[in-house]
Design a protein around this ligand. Structure first.
Ligand code: PMV
Length: 345
């Protein structure tokens, strides 16, 4: 048996623009994670269970089930990838796969990317293999393309790093150093964010208005670069201004919503240094940057403005420091070191 984990993320700048080659900044949220367990099946059938969905789903069943993306992932890994690591089997063996996740689904917090990362780690761990994080990232990103249609790889990069990353598709993610501690509040609107649909809508709009949309993306990419510098300098007010500006551009892009606008405004009015939607938008979450003394006030304001859940996250350079900048290509897979799959014999 093997069990592996991966964590959530929030995007601090550059979502959507990152799909078109611009940089973005994502922050791992190590306090929210998912866990995938893989064990040889006791009854000869491959099946999936998850705490988010009632029932047991059988592989190869006629109906598409909510975990069929994992079925596709495992089938592909068995066929094309595991043989390269010396695991040669006549066919996929029967397995029982279980998923437990604290990461809200459809909230722009990278739940599907985290599950893909954890499942990839767990399957390799089942055969006693621990591939480097860069390989896990490559495989999970390829699988994510199947889930979202078009994916920058940002979510997967954040799920395998413990420090904030400046990410551009096709380039190694750069771990950012953190100049000063800061607090983030992530407030969930309660409306689902359908990443695939929103990304496709943006694609359609870009076909109709290429100059306008590419202009927005260029500005968002510049914001992401500047935000990376502001995080490294510990310039909290600069970070906040950049997040606010990014939110205005996301609204111009058409991916905000009345619910998200209300939460952003509530955070800003309660004293947040900056606030913006995070992820694909039209639902999901907003993220607000706060000075420690104002966290409780902002939390209250977000609740009054209709947030169904508020998650607080203290980002401390002391905690992340050991993981930053020693290896700009790839850092640890989890927030307290590489979460190696645990083998339970
Ligand atoms: O909604 P999420 O957490 O899946 O984030 C999507 C981020 C996008 O930039 C909109 C898409 C992508 O592939 O980067």
């Amino acid at each position: 048996m093997a069990i592996a984990t991966a964590h959530a993320k929030v995007i601090l700048a550059g979502e959507h623009a990152v799909v078109y080659g611009h940089p973005a900044v994502a922050m791992p949220v190590c306090s929210l994670s998912c866990e995938v367990g893989i064990v040889d099946s006791p009854d000869g059938l491959t099946s999936f269970v998850a705490d988010a969905y009632p029932g047991r789903f059988l592989a190869g069943a006629h109906e598409e089930h909510p975990l069929s993306f994992l079925e596709d992932l495992l089938g592909w890994l068995f066929r094309d990838e595991l043989p390269r690591w010396g695991v040669e089997l006549a066919g996929p063996p029967p397995l029982s796969i279980s998923v437990r996740s604290e990461i809200p689904i459809g909230a722009g917090m990278g739940s599907s990317a985290a599950i893909l990362v954890a499942a990839t780690r767990a399957l390799f761990g089942h055969y006693g293999i621990t591939p480097p994080a860069s390989e896990i990232q490559r495989l999970a990103h390829a699988a994510e393309m199947g889930v979202h249609g078009r994916s920058s790889g940002l979510d997967v990069a954040a799920a395998v790093h413990s420090a904030p990353v400046l990410f551009t598709t096709g380039e190694p993610a750069v771990s950012l150093s953190i100049g000063a501690p800061f607090d983030l509040l992530v407030a969930r609107s309660g409306v689902q964010s359908l990443t695939r649909k929103v990304v496709l809508d943006v694609l359609e709009r870009r076909k109709r208005e290429p100059a306008l949309i590419d202009g927005l993306f260029t500005q968002m990419g510049g914001i992401a670069r500047n935000l990376g510098e502001a995080i490294a300098d510990g310039n909290l007010s600069g970070m906040g201004r950049l997040m606010n500006r990014n939110q205005e551009l996301l609204a111009d892009l058409g991916v905000s919503s009345l619910d998200l606008d209300r939460l952003v405004a509530a955070a800003q009015e309660a004293g947040a240094l900056g606030a913006k939607l995070t992820g694909a938008g039209r639902g999901g979450c907003i993220v607000a940057l706060a000075e420690p003394v104002l966290v409780a006030t902002i939390r209250e304001a977000l609740r009054e403005a209709g947030a169904v859940e508020v998650h607080e996250y203290h980002v401390d350079p002391q905690v992340v420091a050991g993981n930053v900048a020693r290896d700009p290509v790839m850092r640890v897979g989890g927030c307290s070191g590489q979460p190696r799959p645990q083998r339970v014999e």
